[in-house]
Design a protein around this ligand. Structure first.
Ligand SMILES: NC(=O)c1ccc[n+]([C@@H]2O[C@H](COP(=O)([O-])OP(=O)(O)OC[C@H]3O[C@@H](n4cnc5c(N)ncnc54)[C@H](OP(=O)(O)O)[C@@H]3O)[C@@H](O)[C@H]2O)c1
Length: 294
């Protein structure tokens, strides 16, 4: 099977599948959705073993099995390391597990679920306080040698947690939360580290999970008002502006859209043609913080 190479990655917008099980699409509709995303130039699809109570990878895999040629047009990202309680996987508490046996088992399960021979990028989903960086790096190397995983990364890791693992094995990215309603990454060192290392961060919940549009809390109302004003002035949609705000950061963020609706994916891609000026960018940040810059 021909694998897409990293050099074929041109679109920084990624399609996120967290909510796929809620969309209730039959297999032909899942195929159609994937094709439409690909036609927009979105070639990366973000999964995790736990999405949809461990069901999402298989739903996506059914589409790939139905139309195997889709695989050549995309890169598949998935995550592991969260042990989530479900009926079929009982555990007393939800917890994190980056042990050698668990990471290997989950990677091999993801390959089966997705009906692929290799995962393009696998992320450790959450920082495991019991992580043995040396042992985990050995597991990364073994699974890479076996051709099961092309590249590795992490998600929701602090800058120092990233640095620890990166010192043992090269990581491709840290997938973190950032949006006009969740700006912590601007100050917690993760984006600084991404820029310093030249490793673009992946960004989850770029629309704050929809709260940007539906939130009734004071922050959401404030930010929506400011962004609506700027979007009207620029003659773009609020969605496009939200993605343009992320893309403006010099760490070259790669936002993961979580929408089912293809028109919203199109609006995300439209942000690639927008360059916000610094005054508008800061006006949105100030609205988010609710106070002027010091
Ligand atoms: N690494 C992690 O820990 C982590 C955590 C969370 C998510 N993720 C990844 O990031 C991806 C994106 O996260 P997300 O789904 O939270 O992203 P998001 O794009 O911020 O939110 C998507 C949600 O917002 C809704 N929405 C979009 N535009 C709207 C509008 N104009 N009015 C009302 N609702 C609107 C969407 O509904 P429609 O479908 O109707 O458009 C969808 O339910 C996930 O799929 C997953 O791959 C990773």
């Amino acid at each position: 099977m021909t694998m897409p190479t990293d050099s074929s990655v041109t679109c920084p917008i990624v399609a996120g599948l967290w909510r796929l099980a809620d969309w209730q699409l039959d297999v032909p509709s899942r195929v159609r959705w994937i094709e439409q995303a690909l036609d927009l130039g979105i070639t990366r699809f973000d999964h995790a073993d736990v999405y949809g109570d461990y069901r999402v990878e298989s739903l996506f895999g059914e589409a790939l099995k139905a139309v195997p040629s889709l695989r050549k047009r995309m890169q598949i990202i998935t995550k592991c390391g969260i042990r989530l309680h479900t009926d079929s996987r009982p555990c007393r508490v939800d917890y994190y597990d980056s042990s050698v046996g668990y990471v290997r088992a989950q990677v091999e399960q993801s390959l089966r679920n997705l009906h692929v021979e290799q995962l393009d990028l696998v992320l450790i989903h959450r920082p495991d306080y019991l992580m043995d960086a040396d042992a985990l790096a050995d597991t990364f190397r073994a699974l890479t040698r076996e051709g099961k995983v092309a590249r590795w990364g992490v998600s929701n890791h602090s800058a120092s947690q990233f640095a620890l693992l990166h010192a043992h094995h090269p990581l491709a990215t840290n997938q973190i939360e950032l949006s006009t309603l969740a700006t912590g990454a601007l100050d917690d060192g993760t984006l600084d580290q991404a820029q310093q290392l030249g490793l673009p961060p992946m960004i989850w919940s770029p629309l704050a999970g929809g709260r940007l549009f539906t939130g009734t809390d004071a922050q959401a109302v404030r930010v929506r008002a400011e962004m609506t004003r700027i979007a009207a002035h620029l003659d773009i949609s609020l969605t496009t502006l939200a993605f343009a705000w992320l893309l403006r950061h010099p760490s070259h963020p790669q936002p993961i859209t979580g929408s089912r609706r293809i028109d919203r994916l199109r609006e995300a891609v439209a942000a690639l043609d927008v360059k916000l000026d610094a005054e508008d960018w800061y006006a949105i940040l100030i609205a988010s913080r609710g106070c002027p810059m010091p």
